[in-house]
Design a protein around this ligand. Structure first.
Ligand code: HEM
Ligand code: HEM
Length: 238
């Protein structure tokens, strides 16, 4: 059996790409885009998760998200190792084959991105027992190493490849599970997938922009005479 793909595990692999992984990514990028509204809103989201009961968070992380993602990634790499690419052949350069080949490459890139991303956020936090990474340290992280912004570039590519992989996956998933059978239904989901790819990449990039320029941040309140509101009464100011 080892070394051979199984129908059952292939179906589980397909399902774990959408639930919970795909669902997790959509909510994750959406909530990260709160960075656009500034530090208070972004940190508010982080503190909301921290305020959840510890055992519930632990179950979500290590009982649902991590096992599903690890299984999907490992079995996905196994599928890739067995597939024989033929896109380089002149007669095979049709659109569906290009999408399919790109999905495999985006899966490989997603793998490296997620190993780095999860190791430097969640895993490091668990090991060090450190607090979650708040807004203030993201711009610094993304500008690394030494102001070259290579980490930012890696993040942009990571967001784009995960979004492409997931979006194309929706199209394939619908065919695999018999949801779209006719040609016209498949063309409609192809349009949906394109929308999901563009939309998710956009949201992810906006989130990254938010750490440098929080363009949706509410302006500071000011008193009616135009001077900034004092947070403490003047009498107790040092
Ligand atoms: C805009 C880019 C992104 C930002 C700012 C970001 C931010 C974060 C942060 C702050 C954490 C730590 C959460 C914690 O310690 O509990 C995290 C973890 C994680 N991120 Fe991202 N992320 C981004 C993109 C992505 C993408 C594209 C994926 C793809 C699915 C992803 C998947 C994950 C996963 C699986 C975890 C670990 C979750 C856990 O352990 O609870 N992230 N991310
Ligand atoms: C971590 C690295 C990953 C690898 C190596 C990987 C690998 C793969 C491969 C090889 C396929 C095609 C399976 C086939 O043709 O039968 C696939 C499908 C899929 N993947 Fe991933 N993947 C990864 C991450 C992700 C992530 C982060 C998501 C969601 C955000 C995701 C969602 C999907 C979906 C929805 C499908 C379509 C399932 C289907 O064909 O029915 N994958 N993945």
């Amino acid at each position: 059996m080892a070394g051979r793909e199984s129908f059952f595990w292939h179906k589980v692999h397909s399902l774990t790409g959408v639930i919970p992984t795909g669902f997790y990514m959509v909510q994750h990028l959406t909530l990260n885009s709160f960075a656009l509204a500034g530090p208070d809103k972004f940190n508010g989201v982080i503190h909301f998760f921290e305020s959840m009961p510890k055992h519930f968070l632990f179950f979500l992380k290590f009982g649902v998200i991590w096992p599903a993602l690890i299984f999907h990634a490992v079995y996905g790499l196994f599928i890739i190792s067995r597939s024989e690419g033929n896109y380089s052949e002149a007669s095979m350069k049709f659109r569906e084959n290009r999408y399919y080949t790109l999905q495999r490459w985006s899966g490989i890139f997603a793998f490296f991105f997620l190993v780095y991303h999860m190791a430097s956020t969640s895993v490091l936090g668990q090991i060090k027992g450190a607090e979650s990474i708040e807004y203030a340290s993201w711009a610094e992280r993304l500008a690394a190493p030494g102001g070259t912004y290579l980490v930012l570039l890696f993040y942009v590519l990571g967001v784009a490849s995960c979004s492409y992989h997931f979006a194309y996956g929706i199209w394939n998933f619908c065919i695999r599970w018999g949801i779209t059978i006719s040609e016209s239904a498949q063309q409609k989901t192809a349009k949906l997938s394109q929308g999901v790819f563009v939309g998710l990449t956009f949201i992810g990039i906006l989130a990254l922009v938010g750490f440098f320029k929080p363009i949706l941040k509410a302006p500071e309140h000011s008193a009616s005479n135009g001077s900034p509101v004092q947070s403490r009464p003047a009498s107790i100011e040092k």
